[in-house]
Design a protein around this ligand. Structure first.
Ligand code: AMP
Ligand code: MN
Ligand code: MN
Ligand code: MN
Length: 290
C-alpha cells in the first residue's frame, strides 16, 4: 500500500450535506467552517436540486484558508415506481449548461409543487404558506423542509417528524405528488456534467428488501456508479447490509451525514466509516478529490 493510500485512509469524508441554498440551516460559509471544526477533510455540498451553495463555500475556503477539500455536489429528486428517490451527483461541473438547464426544470417543479401544497393547506385553513416558505427559503430551492418549518412556526406541530407525519407525508393534508425527473434522467445529467451518480440513503425509502434490491438493480442498469452505505444515524446492521448490496451489484460505496442543521444526533463527519470489503467511491473515482 502506498503512503498516499494509507494517508487517505485517515481522511474523513462526508459526501452529503446541505446549506441554506436548499433546506440546510447554515450558510455555505458556516457549513465549511463547521466541517473543519469536525475534522472533516473532504466535504461534498449536495443541496436539493441546486448548486448555488458551492461558489460561496469555495470563496469561504479561500478567505479562511481552510484545510478542506470541497466536492461539487447536488442531490436530485427523482420519481421511481411512485417513490421519491434521491440521487446524489458528486464531482459535477456546476457550470455545465446541461446541468444548469436540468436544475432549472427541477426548480420549476419545486415551485409548482410548493404552490399546490400551499393551496391544499389554504383549504385546510392554514394560511400564508406560500409566502412563508418563500421567505424561509431566501431565494433558494423550496422544499417540504421549509413547509415543515413554516407549520412549526404557525404552532401546528412541535417538530419536523411530527409535521411530516401529520401534514406532509403521502396521503396527508399537504401532500402533493411531485413531478420529478426519472432516475435515468438524473444519472444522465450527472454523467454529462462529469460527475458520478450515487443512490442516496437507500435505507430511508421504507422499501422491503425485495423492492430495495429492485431499486438497486434499476439504478445499476441505468448506469449508476455508487450507493450510500454509511450515515451517522442508521439502524443496526443496515451499514453491513448496504455494504453487501454494494458489493453484490458492483457499486462503489459512499458515506455522508446528510447534515441540515446542528442537532445532537446528526453531525458532519459523525460515525462515517465504510464496512470492510466495499470499494469507496473516492477510490474508484480518484478524480473526485484530485
Ligand atoms: P422535498 O425534496 O421538497 O420533498 O423535501 C424533502 C426534505 O424534507 C428532505 O430532504 C428532508 O430534509 C425533509 N424531510 C423529509 N421527511 C422528513 C421527516 N420525516 N422528518 C424531517 N424532515 C424530513
Ligand atoms: Mn433536505
Ligand atoms: Mn435525501
Ligand atoms: Mn440530503
Amino acid at each position: 500500500m502506498s503512503t498516499l493510500t494509507s494517508l487517505s485512509d485517515f481522511m474523513l469524508y462526508d459526501l452529503h450535506s446541505h446549506t441554506r441554498a436548499s433546506d440546510g440551516m447554515l450558510t455555505p460559509e458556516a457549513l465549511v467552517l463547521r466541517a473543519v471544526q469536525m475534522r472533516v477533510g473532504v466535504l461534498a455540498i449536495t443541496d436539493h436540486d441546486t448548486v448555488a451553495g458551492i461558489a460561496p463555500a469555495r470563496a469561504a475556503l479561500i478567505q479562511h484558508q481552510l484545510p478542506l477539500q470541497l466536492i461539487n455536489g447536488v442531490e436530485i429528486s427523482t420519481l421511481w415506481e411512485h417513490h421519491e428517490i434521491h440521487i446524489v451527483g458528486l464531482g459535477i461541473d456546476a457550470h455545465a449548461s446541461e446541468m444548469r438547464q436540468f436544475l432549472a426544470a427541477q426548480a420549476a417543479s419545486r415551485l409548482t409543487r410548493a404552490q399546490l401544497i400551499a393551496e391544499k393547506l389554504e383549504k385546510a385553513h392554514i394560511h400564508g404558506a406560500l409566502d412563508g416558505v418563500l421567505r424561509l427559503a431566501e431565494g433558494g430551492a423550496v422544499t417540504r423542509g421549509h413547509f415543515a418549518r413554516y407549520l412549526i412556526e404557525q404552532g401546528k406541530a412541535d417538530n419536523m417528524a411530527q409535521v411530516f407525519k401529520h401534514y406532509l407525508a403521502r396521503g396527508k393534508t399537504g401532500y402533493v405528488p411531485p413531478q420529478w425527473c426519472t432516475i435515468k434522467q438524473a444519472i444522465d445529467a450527472i454523467h454529462h456534467s462529469g460527475g458520478c451518480a450515487v443512490l442516496a440513503h437507500p435505507g430511508r425509502y421504507g422499501l422491503s428488501a425485495k423492492w430495495l434490491k429492485r431499486l438497486i438493480v434499476c439504478f445499476t442498469e441505468f448506469g449508476g456508479d455508487a450507493m450510500e452505505v454509511a450515515q451517522c444515524q442508521q439502524p443496526p446492521n443496515e451499514r453491513r447490509q448496504l455494504g453487501d448490496y454494494a458489493q453484490e451489484y458492483g457499486l462503489a460505496a459512499s458515506q455522508g451525514s446528510d447534515f441540515h442543521q446542528p442537532c445532537p444526533w446528526i453531525e458532519l463527519g459523525k460515525k462515517l466509516w465504510l464496512p470492510g470489503g466495499v470499494e469507496a467511491v473516492w477510490t474508484r473515482f480518484p478524480h473526485l478529490v484530485g
